[in-house]
Ligand binder design. Structure first.
Ligand SMILES: Cc1cc2nc3c(=O)[nH]c(=O)nc-3n(C[C@H](O)[C@H](O)[C@H](O)COP(=O)(O)OP(=O)(O)OC[C@H]3O[C@@H](n4cnc5c(N)ncnc54)[C@H](O)[C@@H]3O)c2cc1C
Length: 547
């Protein structure tokens, strides 16, 4: 039984469970408003899935999240991240997709249409309209990313009115779209990425290069309904003001979260690493603090969780502490990305058969997609469902050392391998511990089919199966977004209707992680929005400062 500490050192206005990037963002905003805030992080380093590590002597790389686009520009400004050391650079090309017939597609600013024309004149001619429509819908998402979704409420008018106003604001944003774009919006929310792209384009490589975004972290076929939304989720970002672009943080993703931690500390946040929370304390139906793994008890007016909702609600409450209906519903929260992540230390750059050369070139800075068609991606999914992993998997290779010389010794490189599809849980109760190395070999062989020097160039590797992602980062079933980005788990329903406004089912309990709107990715948006709601509750007397 935990010992309870009363006031004094153990008391603060807000306790954040988890020092992932959203926890840090939330903490920084709360502290900037004058609150006393403590972040409790289980690992020895803050940043959650956005961290950089030395994984092989002399070679550093982002361990999980590996590329920047979704990080919200308002948050970069408000937290003054550049002043705290953050520098993001753009890739010189967006994507490089080797095709099965020995050709390639290299997309990016000023080159995509020309490249598409090499495959299909008609598709190239359609590109401007496709991009314009997708951008118009992505703009809606950008506007909504920092908005608290209208909350479904079963209270009276007093509770309902503010939510109706919020809903009206969202409706107003959608009404600004013309009818053609509203239809597009519906298509992108409801359709599969495959069906959506089939309507626009004919050429298989073109559909594949765009369709890849529909299966990133999405354990599904590109023809599964809802995958078009996942595609949209991955294009609403921007880098240094360029919409839809992807970039690299110098020093890896850990550079983002280290800058956030510095920003939070500069505003007075106390960050305690190596401090895992074991239980949320509940008194009189109210969250009043936490108990750490070492038995320390800390009290706060607001307890704010940065964790996957399943991890929080199924593991950190005494039996009966949560409303039964809530507990039952959250136990059905769907998680599992189908992602396998590797880092490799490379003696030399991959030399692609379709575009030979080991000297750094634009295509080496791109997201290199090994998945030549949507059909290939669909087969990868079904194979993983039947077998546990796809024997012809999808691999995105990003080589950040082509843009950042702080990561590897001169002349050598590091590559991130983001691989789909693998089953979050293997069939027949088998463990990922038994298959991790086999699957890692398969991923390297898959890349080597297109760049034959790749296998021999590998000097060292780091492997993250879904089980490793769960053990290391607390990502349940390896889910990179803290829960599927499906229509039933988005917006007001993230993580559950009635709790889409960052408030948990108990007074004093809040959520600020990727399991809330707008979901996964290193955006900082859930942390930003949760802070606004918590500050509102302090302002309106629903929370009282205790520090
Ligand atoms: C393999 C992979 C690749 C990805 N690629 C990209 C990408 O390229 N670009 C991108 O934008 N996004 C990417 N993502 C998604 C993105 O990283 C996540 O959605 C994002 O990090 C979620 O942030 P968060 O702060 O909400 O939670 P997390 O990053 O999950 O942080 C939660 C924190 O809580 C801590 N914690 C857990 N349990 C406890 C406890 N009991 N007590 C205290 N602390 C605890 C964890 O250690 C962790 O630090 C990727 C994710 C993964 C896993």
């Amino acid at each position: 039984m935990a010992e309870r500490s009363g006031g004094g050192a153990g008391r603060c206005d807000a306790l954040i469970i988890g020092g992932g990037h959203n926890g840090l963002v939330c903490a920084a905003y709360l502290a900037a408003a004058g609150l006393k805030v403590t972040v409790l992080e289980r690992r020895d380093v803050v940043g959650g899935a956005a961290v950089t590590e030395e994984f092989h002597p002399g070679f550093r790389n982002s361990v999980a999240a590996y590329t920047v686009s979704l990080l919200n520009p308002k948050i970069i400004r408000d937290l003054e991240l550049p002043a705290h050391g953050l520098r993001v650079v753009e890739r010189r090309a967006a994507n490089f997709l080797p095709t099965t017939d020995g050709r390639y597609l290299l997309t990016g600013e000023g080159r995509t249409q020309r490249e598409l024309a090499r495959f299909c004149e008609r598709d190239a001619a359609r590109l401007p309209e496709y991009s314009e429509r997708l951008e118009a819908i992505a703009d809606v998402l950008r506007d909504l990313a920092l908005t608290t979704p209208p909350n479904a409420t079963d209270g009276g008018w007093r509770e309902a009115l503010p939510e109706l106003l919020r809903a009206a604001r969202v409706g107003g944003r959608v009404r600004r779209l013309d009818m053609r774009l509203r239809r597009e919006l519906l298509a992108l929310f409801a359709m599969s990425a495959g069906d959506y792209l089939d309507n626009w384009f004919e050429s298989e490589p073109i559909k594949a290069v765009f369709g890849f975004d529909g299966i990133v972290g999405n354990y599904a076929s590109p023809y599964s309904p809802g995958s078009a939304y996942v595609l949209l989720h991955h294009v609403f970002g921007e880098v240094n003001g360029k919409r839809g672009a992807w970039g690299h943080a110098i020093g890896g993703m850990g550079a983002i979260t280290q800058a956030m931690a510095r920003a939070a500390r500069a505003r007075g946040v106390a960050i305690r690493t190596g401090t895992a929370v074991r239980e949320v304390l509940v008194e009189g139906g109210r969250a009043v603090g936490v108990v750490t793994d070492s038995g320390e008890v800390l009290h706060a007016a607001a307890v704010v969780s940065n964790l996957n909702p399943k991890l929080l609600y199924l593991k950190m409450f005494a039996p009966g502490a949560l409303p039964a209906q809530f507990h039952e519903h959250i136990s059905r929260w769907r998680c599992g990305s189908g992602t396998f992540r590797m880092n490799v230390a490379l003696a030399e750059l991959p030399d692609f058969t379709c575009l030979p050369g080991r000297a750094p070139a634009d295509h080496h800075t791109a997201g290199i997609i090994i998945a030549p068609t949507l059909g290939y991606m669909e087969r990868a999914y079904f194979d993983a469902r039947a077998h546990g992993w796809s024997r012809a998997p999808i691999v995105e290779v990003v080589i950040p050392s082509t843009l950042d010389d702080t990561l590897a010794p001169e002349g050598q490189h590091v590559a991130s391998l983001f691989c789909q599809h693998v089953a979050p849980q293997l069939p027949n109760g088998e463990s990922w511990d038994a298959h991790r190395e086999t699957v890692a070999d398969l991923m390297i062989d898959t890349v080597s089919q297109y760049a034959p020097n790749f296998r021999a160039a590998v000097l060292g590797r780091q492997i993250m199966s879904p089980l490793d992602l769960e053990r290391t980062f607390g990502l349940i079933a390896g889910d990179i977004c803290h829960g599927n980005l499906s229509l039933d788990q988005l917006f007001s329903a993230r993580p559950m209707l009635g709790h889409g406004n960052y408030r948990g089912p108990l007074q004093g309990l809040y959520m600020c992680g990727a399991g809330t709107h707008p979901g996964g990715g290193v955006s900082g948006a859930p942390g930003h929005n949760a802070a606004r709601e918590i500050l509102g509750d302090f302002r309106h007397g629903r929370l009282r400062r205790v520090a």
